[in-house]
Design a protein around this ligand. Structure first.
Ligand code: SF4
Length: 481
């Protein structure tokens, strides 16, 4: 299928309620907002594809393009690995002006062979970027020929940057997995307790906060798509009994197509917040039972949820004195706009505003469920207004992504990163506890009280010239009393 046809197909996703509510014309325009000229675009399609596939840790990832494309996309998400580290090596064909004239196919062919010889990976992903796509390099043909010669999967990822946004790149990565990876290996250990997690990239090790919960229920992760993944696991993902879709916006087409092709049902869920984590455990147990797992799995899941929730609330209680009465400005998007709300409210915090920039209609409904019909939902807040709210103490802390941190710091208020670039893992019950710990740390950090006080030179009394005295040896001392 051509790239154009593939994009048109992705923009007509029957599994997405928002998409289906649109008119035919609106649907053709896609889901991402048009970029504002002059503004930072926030990642191209290639970047999105790389983010989604690079966490396959034992594979080699070659970026066919100018070196800048790889430089931009290299390992900026803290996607952690429990073993192989090949995914963290940046490979690029480094196209130059001469390659634009002569074509880059030979260079790519050579690069694939060099990487295979040097690292012996189980698979090589080759990313198409703008320059080779525009000069007409046939990346698919080179990959297929090289793969045949080398006897290993060499997978073309056709998502050049100009095709669209980062979100589209995620979707194209999903299509790549469907076209070239999933279903290509047969496992010899399939069981009725096997699941895949789709859309979790193991940022700062978040997957490891939830895997022990599944393991306690005897549920096994057949493939993580793609956090801390191994190529062979993803290739045999079609033998799982149920899929959990974590990042619903980007990879819903992958989950839906796996349901159609391999009869694997899926549920959407999130590991952020207590209620959501419980709902995921409950929901996945239910799906597996429907797929043939023993009935007692449901009762075991409920017992685990009750035990974990009780343990967590006891652990959270000690933070109540610090957090109670504090006002939070939640400036994020998607499911994070509501998934941490219930825990914060339960600890006596007030959410003064929550942004719904990337939220779906479902997300907005959840916010209303938690905060009532007049929930303080806002779209974008201009930085000046955000600064005023923090400066005047309307909010005691802001939870947001890195791009807005300086507004909070300039207003001399605490700030906590809850977006993907963060350095702390906040998934599952243990992650919620971690989040609350970080909140309490930020709120009690003495630096904010100190910087809000006037500087010493603002309050010091400047002596009048007459107060100056001349000492016996002629020194002029300033008579500050
Ligand atoms: S927009 Fe094109 S040239 Fe720029 S980083 Fe993305 S793929 Fe590379």
């Amino acid at each position: 299928m051509s790239l154009k046809a593939k994009i048109a197909d992705l923009f007509n996703e029957p599994g997405c309620a928002t998409n289906q509510a649109k008119t035919e014309t609106a649907r053709k325009k896609g889901c991402s907002k048009p970029l504002t000229p002059g503004a930072a675009a926030g990642g191209c399609a290639f970047d999105g594809a790389k983010i989604a596939l690079q966490p396959i840790t034992d594979a080699a990832h070659i970026v066919h393009g100018p070196i800048g494309c790889e430089g931009n996309a290299w390992d900026n998400r803290h996607s952690a690995s429990s073993g192989p580290a090949l995914y963290r090596t940046g490979f690029t064909t480094d196209l130059t002006e001469l390659d634009v004239i002569h074509g880059g196919e030979k260079k790519l062919w050579k690069a694939i062979h060099e990487v295979a010889a040097a690292h012996n990976p189980p698979a090589i992903f080759v990313y198409q970027t703008c320059v080779p796509a525009m000069i007409g390099d046939d990346v698919v043909k080179v990959c297929m020929a090289a793969g045949e010669k080398l006897g290993l999967p060499v997978i073309p990822v056709d998502a050049p940057g100009f095709a669209g946004s980062k979100n589209l790149g995620n979707k194209l990565a999903g299509e790549t997995l469907l076209d070239y990876v999933i279903g290509t290996r047969e496992p010899d250990d399939a069981s009725p307790f096997d699941i895949n997690i789709i859309g979790d990239f193991n940022l700062v090790g978040e997957l490891w906060q939830v895997l022990p919960l599944f393991e306690r229920l005897g549920i096994r992760l057949r493939a993580s798509i793609t956090g801390d993944a191994r190529f062979a696991e993803v290739a045999s993902a079609h033998r799982a009994k149920a899929n959990l879709l974590v990042c619903s916006q980007a990879l819903i087409s992958l989950a839906r197509k796996m349901e159609e092709r391999y009869a694997i049902p899926f549920m959407e869920g999130s590991f952020y917040g207590i209620t959501d984590t419980s709902n995921v455990l409950r929901g996945m147990a239910g799906l597996l039972v429907r797929q043939g797992a023993p009935e007692d799995l449901l009762a075991r899941a409920e017992a685990l949820i009750a035990e974990e929730e009780a343990r967590l609330w006891v652990a959270l209680e000690k933070f109540r004195p610090v957090l109670s009465g504090k006002k939070v400005l939640l400036y994020t998007g998607g499911h994070k706009s509501w998934s941490v709300v219930s825990a914060l409210q339960e600890l006596g915090m007030t959410i003064i505003k929550t942004s719904v920039r990337k939220a779906t209609e479902g997300d907005k409904e959840r916010i209303k469920d938690l905060m009532g019909d007049d929930a303080p939902m806002v779209d974008a807040i201009p930085p000046r207004e955000m600064y005023r709210m923090l400066k005047e103490g309307e909010a005691d802390i802001m939870l947001s992504g890195g791009r807005t941190q300086f507004v909070a710091l300039k207003a001399k208020r605490p700030w906590l990163d809850i977006n993907q670039e963060r350095h702390h893992a906040y998934a599952g019950y243990d992650g919620t506890l971690r989040l609350v710990e970080r909140l309490a740390l930020a709120l009690t950090n003495p630096v904010f009280e100190q910087v809000r006080k006037p500087a010493p030179w603002e309050t010091a009394r400047i002596p009048h010239p007459e107060e100056r005295s001349v000492s016996k040896d002629g020194d002029i001392s300033r008579g500050v009393k």
